[in-house]
Design a protein around this ligand. Structure first.
Ligand code: ZN
Length: 343
């Protein structure tokens, strides 16, 4: 497989003046072929749900990230590249994108951490991620389903992207299924990081990379944030608390289908949430609105972004009227802040 990869890369880089479309097509084919090489053997990071700040070491790579994003036709994706880097290395070492095993690395051995030139690491990582974005047909830096597919493909190898496209796009479930398939086929003990998408997206914030996909659940001027997401007094707070007067309107953060609407209890997995609504937006994303005084939509209903779905209350484990809002990626709460935009 390596020989085949190297030959293809040789063709791609040897001809300098081929039309862009040919290069893109070659990259897509290459991405589809390389499969395992890049993703296999990468550590299975434990998802901790923590919100993410980019390290200074990662932020220092912004100029390089912007330069190569422009060069490889993905201007606007530098924030996402930095989020990937934060997940891969935290910006440490001479291979911050951890892409020595990427088949597009034609300069250093394909063994871990062989790349000794950070700028080359960033360039190869972006070249490779650009091919994943194209294969995934991602529309923009705000196209979270498209980005999610590209990210999982970046970790697993491009074979995942074409396979997932034939299976309805990225989902946490099919990422796990693909990993299992590879483990069995190749006799491995592990394959890639099945939680790579939430792992990277928790860092996709900073200067508003992922913002705008979801709207604030309360109207401007009607609330104050009484508690943010994250560790608080030794306890993990999995959402943002919007404090507002009793009866204030709560809006759907994005369009979707109401998966649950009712009183939370241990039997339904929502104990302590009081009157709570869970809206499913797609295979990946869902949002939750807790402690409501009144629920205005029922399970199974379709809701539009900005539709009134409930009223502020203090039901369940609550000490005053507020909406506890969660954004879940693959059913795991993540920091909603990076995703929220006006609207
Ligand atoms: Zn809360």
């Amino acid at each position: 497989m390596h020989k085949r990869i190297l030959r293809l890369v040789g063709i791609g880089s040897g001809i300098l003046f081929v039309p862009l479309a040919v290069i893109i097509t070659a990259l897509i084919i290459l991405t589809a072929m390389i499969g395992a090489a890049f993703g296999a053997g990468q550590s299975q990071g434990q998802y901790n749900g923590g919100g993410g700040a980019l390290s200074d070491a990662v932020l220092a790579y912004r100029p390089a990230a912007e330069k190569y994003c422009e060069e490889y036709g993905i201007t606007g994706y530098a924030d996402l590249i930095l989020a990937i880097m934060q997940q891969e290395s935290g910006g440490a070492g001479s291979d911050p994108m951890q892409c020595s095993e990427c088949p597009l690395n034609v300069k250093y051995p394909h063994s871990p951490n062989s790349i000794s030139d950070p700028d080359y690491s960033v360039r190869v990582g972006i070249m490779y991620f650009a091919s994943c974005l194209r294969a995934s047909k991602a529309q923009s830096p705000q196209d979270i389903p498209g980005i999610s597919l590209a990210l999982q493909g970046y970790n697993f190898g491009g074979g995942y992207i074409s396979w997932a496209l034939a299976h309805g796009g990225y989902s946490a479930g099919n990422a796990a299924e693909f990993s299992q398939m590879k483990i069995q086929k190749m006799g491995l003990t592990g394959y890639g990081d099945v939680n790579y998408v939430p792992h990277v997206l928790r860092y996709y914030s900073a200067s508003g990379g992922g913002s705008g996909a979801f709207a604030y659940p309360l109207a401007v001027g009607t609330y104050h944030i009484s508690r943010g997401y994250g560790m608080d007094g030794g306890e993990m707070h999995k959402g943002i608390d919007f404090a507002a007067p009793m009866g204030t309107k709560i809006y759907a953060s994005a369009s979707g289908t109401v998966e649950f609407s009712g009183m939370g209890k241990s039997g339904n997995g929502f104990r302590g949430y009081g009157n709570v609504i869970l809206i499913r937006h797609d295979n990946t994303y869902s949002t939750l609105y807790a402690h409501c005084s009144q629920l205005l939509v029922q399970a199974g209903a379709s809701v539009k972004k900005g539709q009134v779905i409930a009223l502020i209350g203090s039901t369940g484990d609550s000490t005053g009227p507020h909406c506890h809002f969660e954004l879940r990626v693959n059913n795991q709460a993540v920091n909603p802040a990076p995703f929220l935009g006006a609207g």
